[in-house]
Write a protein that binds this ligand. Sequence first.
Ligand SMILES: CC(=O)N[C@H]1[C@@H](OP(=O)(O)OP(=O)(O)OC[C@H]2O[C@@H](n3ccc(=O)[nH]c3=O)[C@H](O)[C@@H]2O)O[C@H](CO)[C@@H](O)[C@@H]1O[C@H](C)C(=O)N[C@@H](C)C(=O)N[C@@H](CCC(=O)O)C(=O)O
Ligand SMILES: Nc1ncnc2c1ncn2[C@@H]1O[C@H](COP(=O)(O)OP(=O)(O)OP(=O)(O)O)[C@@H](O)[C@H]1O
Length: 451
Amino acid sequence: MTQPIQPRLTQVFRFLHARYADGVAELAYAFDEGEPLVERIRFPAAPALPPARQPAFDAALKLLHLIAGVSYYKAGVPPTIAVDDGPLDDATADLLDALYLHGLAEFAYRNGLDLRGRIRFPRGGQALSVAPVVGLPKRTLVPIGGGKDSLVAVEAIKSIGGDATAVWVGNSPLIAACAERTGLPTLNIQRELAPGLFELNRLGAWNGHIPVTAVNSAILAVAAILYGHDSIAFANERSASAATLEYDGQQVNHQWSKGYAFETLLSDWLHSHVAADLDYCSLLRPYSELAITRAFAKLTPYFDSFSSCNRNFRILGPKPADRWCGQCPKCHFVFLALAPFLPKPRLLTIFGRNLLDDESQAAGFDALLEYQDHKPFECVGEGAEARAAMYALSQRPEWAEDALVARFRSEILPQLDASQLALEPWLAPSGEHRVPARLQAALAAIGGPNP
Ligand SMILES: CC(=O)N[C@H]1[C@@H](OP(=O)(O)OP(=O)(O)OC[C@H]2O[C@@H](n3ccc(=O)[nH]c3=O)[C@H](O)[C@@H]2O)O[C@H](CO)[C@@H](O)[C@@H]1O[C@H](C)C(=O)N[C@@H](C)C(=O)N[C@@H](CCC(=O)O)C(=O)O
Ligand SMILES: Nc1ncnc2c1ncn2[C@@H]1O[C@H](COP(=O)(O)OP(=O)(O)OP(=O)(O)O)[C@@H](O)[C@H]1O
C-alpha cells in the first residue's frame, strides 16, 4: 500500500494536464510523484465549439488549469512549481506569480508563512502572437453570487436592454433562486473540487482562504468562448481594492482577486492570449459599497431571496438556518451599509432582527469601523465608509437610541475627525474602470440618487 502524501513535506507542485470533452473540463495536479488530484468543471448543454474559436478555448482552458491550481498548491506550498506542458511566457507567469502571491496573502499571514520569493512559475516559454478577434456575439455573462452586488449589476444591464445571461458556479439553491428572479436566461456551471483535497486537509495540509473570484473568472472565460459571449461583467466594488491590513511590508487583502489590479491583469491577458473581442470587467468598479447599497435599496423584488452571508456557500461546513446568520462580518456590514438607505422596518424584516440593538455584537461592529481592531477578513467595505454609515445613523432619531449606535455616539465618535464622516462623498463614482464602451451606459443606472 502506498503511504498517503504529507503535502507540507513535498518538494514540487505539478500542473499535470487540462483536458476537455463533452462539456467536462478535467484539471489535474500532483505533489511530487503522488496521486493526481483532479478537479472537474461541468458546462451544461455545452454546444459544439466552432473551429475558429478552438485556439481561444485552448488558451482559456490552460489559464483555468493554472488558476484553479491555487486550491491545491496551498495545501503544501512546496518550493518548486512545475508545469508539465512546459514553461510559460512572461505575461502568463507574471499574472500567476501575482495571483498566487497576493491571492494567498491572507492564507500566508494566518499560517505564519512568507510566500515572497517562493512563488515562481516556470517562465521562458515563447510568447504567443497576439490573439485575434474571434467574432463573439454581443452578449454578456453576468455572474451571480447570491448577494446584493451582482443583482445591482444585473439590473443595470437590463436597464440598457443588454443581452445577458445570469451565470453561477456551484450548486447553491440560494444563488439559483436569485438567478431565476433576474428573469434573464440562466447558466449553472458545476465545480467539483478533487476529493483528494479533503483527504489532504484531514492529513494536516495547510489551509485557508484562496482567491476564489479568480477561479470563477477563469471558469467564465472558458464559458464565454464555449457559449459565445463577448463580455464578462463582474460586480466587484471599488472598496475591494483596499487592503485588509499591512503586515511585514506586505498588503494583505482578503478580496485581492476582486480588486482592480487583478481585473487589469486578467482583462489584458484575455485580450492578448484568448480573444481580442473578449472583455472582462467589473461593472461596479467605480462605486463604493455605500453607493451600491444605495442602488440595491431600490431593488425590492430581491429582498426575500438574496443573502450576502458567506456561510450559505460552504461546500462542507454547516450552513445557517436562516439566510442571514446575523453573527458574521458580512451580515454586520450589509446591515450597517443598507441601514441609511432603507426604512428601518424593511431592513429588520430582511434580517429578522436588529443587529445594531444587540450589545453582544459590539466587537463585530468595532472591527468594521477599524476601532481597536483591523477590518475583518471578509468582503466588507472600508473602515471609513462603515464609520460614515454609523455616523449617519447616529444622527437619525429612529436609530440613535439602539445600543450600538448609542455606544458609537458616546464612546467612539468623540475620538473621530467629524470632517471625515459625511456619507455623500462615498456616493460619488470614481473614474477608474474597464467597462467596455457598449456597456458604459449601464454605469449611470447604478450611480443615480434614490427617487
Ligand atoms: C463558503 C466559504 O466562505 N468558505 C470559506 C471557508 O471554507 P470552509 O473550510 O469553511 O468550508 P468550505 O467552503 O466548505 O470548503 C471546504 C474546503 O475546501 C477547500 N476549498 C474550497 C473552495 C475552493 O475554491 N478552494 C478550496 O481549496 C478549502 O480547503 C476549504 O477548507 O474558509 C476557507 C478558509 O479557510 C475559505 O477559503 C473558503 O472560501 C471559499 C473559497 C469561498 O468560496 N469563499 C467565498 C464565499 C468568498 O470568500 N468570496 C469572497 C471573494 C473573495 C476572493 O475572491 O478572494 C466574497 O465574498 O467576496
Ligand atoms: N458562485 C459564484 N458563481 C459565479 N460568480 C460568483 C459566485 N459567487 C460570487 N460570484 C461573483 O463574484 C463577485 C464577488 O462576489 P460578492 O460575494 O462580492 O458579490 P455578491 O454575492 O453579488 O454580493 P455581496 O457583496 O452582497 O455578497 C460578484 O460579481 C459575484 O457575482
